[in-house]
Write a protein that binds this ligand. Structure first.
Ligand code: PEP
Ligand code: CO
Length: 457
């Protein structure tokens, strides 16, 4: 355990984005209950993920990390969970086929309920109320009762996370992810996609290789019947995270057992702040968003604070500059980290630096402001990330994307050429715009073409 650290030492540091609970006793009771319940993940899984991340940093593996911007309690249903797994499985099949690398899948799920907000309050018609911070904090309706942070929602969030994980684990253990039966992952509209034929060719070719290998081996290759999914969410509400931070038998140190891979978002990444302090003492791998105006000095200090012993797989830097800034701003950071000899895992988030507001000129949303992202910008940022790491002799270890297995219209462009006027048709995100099923698959195909090939499947 690092010096002067405990699961609650963050309380002595300046924190942002923390809900203010008017009923302190109710908060303590909810936290005590969460603290007495079983963990959501295990230290064994966390250590296995750290090893996989270290491999990805060396270019031996690729990380596919994705899911909704925010999960909603209402979407904790079998269909919604299964379709998140399906799109991640289809993308990873494309990636395995193209890159010849092992793929590690990490979902933005089973805990991604709280969102950082740019303002603590929202004003409508002269009435000022706390901002909506996500389903585990308060409720979206614009009334004082709904917007007042309610600690019992932390407990509901913990339970929803457990329900989601339970279903994910049961599906995976039951053979849902078996590479012998990729038809399990087909989404209803797959046959209508312009990419369907290319995807089918990859499925067939992997099926053929698998049968060939099994003929040689004289039996089923068991490793192909099971794949792992890891969970992640933005580490935001520190009281909740510390209630699930535990010591485990026969291992040193403390593990945040609310998720495998927590990450620190842009708005809470102050290197002298409470979120950094909390992460300093947990043994999980920790993600840190790195975006516009990051300085070399602050970044090196953050990495050293999180990983004083320079542990491989521990610090995951998620760059998110936007297609127009990554080329100028990422290379000096990559160089500085490399030259300082610090072990980090570089991942590209091509979503959050590319958010823009458009005003459709026709359709149901004509004249209204809509948050969207252009598929071309998302692709351009990923392509530049590959190029930058290749030039610097480092590896792009993975991508972190907001996507859904549903047929939404939230980002424009892609194989079907969605335009601004199409956005109103199926825009379901209450927060950031996500890639739909086809756009996500198209992104995987592009990455598969860009990643230097490995030897393993
Ligand atoms: C997010 O990942 O949903 C997010 C809010 O990102 P960032 O912290 O990079 O803005
Ligand atoms: Co987002």
């Amino acid at each position: 355990m690092p010096p002067n650290w405990s699961p609650s030492s963050w309380k002595a540091f300046p924190s942002t984005q923390q809900p203010v609970y008017p009923d302190a006793a109710a908060l303590e009771a909810a936290l005590a209950e969460i603290g007495s319940l079983p963990p959501l993940v295990t230290s064994y899984e966390i250590e296995a993920l750290k090893t996989a991340l270290a491999e990805a940093a060396r270019g031996e593996r690729f990380v596919l990390w994705g899911g909704d911007c925010a999960e909603n309690f209402a979407d904790c249903s079998s269909g919604s969970i299964a379709s998140k797994l399906k799109i991640l499985l289809q993308m990873s099949l494309v990636l395995v086929h193209g890159t010849r690398k092992r793929i590690t899948r990490i979902g933005r799920f089973a805990g991604q309920y709280a969102k950082p907000r740019s303002t603590a309050t929202e004003t409508r018609d002269g009435v000022e109320l706390p901002s909506f911070r996500g389903d585990n904090i308060n409720r979206a309706e614009f009334t004082l009762a709904a917007r007042t942070p309610d600690p019992s929602l932390l407990l509901r969030g913990y339970e929803r996370s457990a329900l989601t994980l339970n279903f994910v684990r049961a599906l995976v253990d039951g053979g849902f992810a078996d590479l012998h039966y990729p038809q399990n992952w087909d989404l209803d509209f797959v046959q209508h996609s312009p990419l369907a034929a290319e995807y089918q060719r990859m499925v067939d070719s992997i099926g053929e290789s698998l049968r060939f290998m099994e003929t040689l081996a004289g039996g089923t290759i068991a490793a192909m019947q099971r794949v792992d999914f890891y969970t992640s969410h933005e580490l935001l509400v520190l009281a909740y995270e510390s209630a699930l931070t535990r010591q485990v038998p026969r291992r040193e140190g403390w593990f945040n057992l609310s998720t495998h891979l927590p990450w620190i978002g842009m708005r809470t990444s102050d290197r002298l702040g409470a979120h950094l302090e909390f992460c300093r003492g947990i043994r999980n791998p920790v993600g840190v968003k790195v975006g516009p105006d990051a300085t070399v000095e602050a970044l090196l200090a953050t990495i050293r604070a999180l990983s004083p012993d320079n542990e491989q797989g521990r610090v995951v830097l998620i760059s998110r500059f936007g297609a127009h800034r990554i080329g100028r701003e990422l290379p000096p950071l990559v160089r500085a980290v490399r030259d300082a000899g610090l072990n980090v895992v570089w991942v590209c988030d091509p979503m959050h630096g590319n958010t823009e507001t458009v005003v459709p000129s026709s359709g149901a949303w004509a004249g209204k402001s809509v948050k969207t992202r252009k598929f071309g910008h998302i692709l351009a940022e990923v392509e530049q990330a590959f190029e930058i790491h290749r030039n610097e002799g480092t590896h792009l270890a993975g991508v972190h994307v907001e996507l859904t297995g549903e047929n939404v219209t939230e980002c424009t462009g892609g194989a079907r050429g969605l335009a601004d006027d199409d956005l109103s048709r199926a825009y379901r995100s209450s927060v950031d715009p996500r890639l739909n099923y086809e756009q996500a698959l198209e992104l995987a195909m592009l990455i598969a073409r860009r990643t230097p090939r490995g030897n393993a499947t």
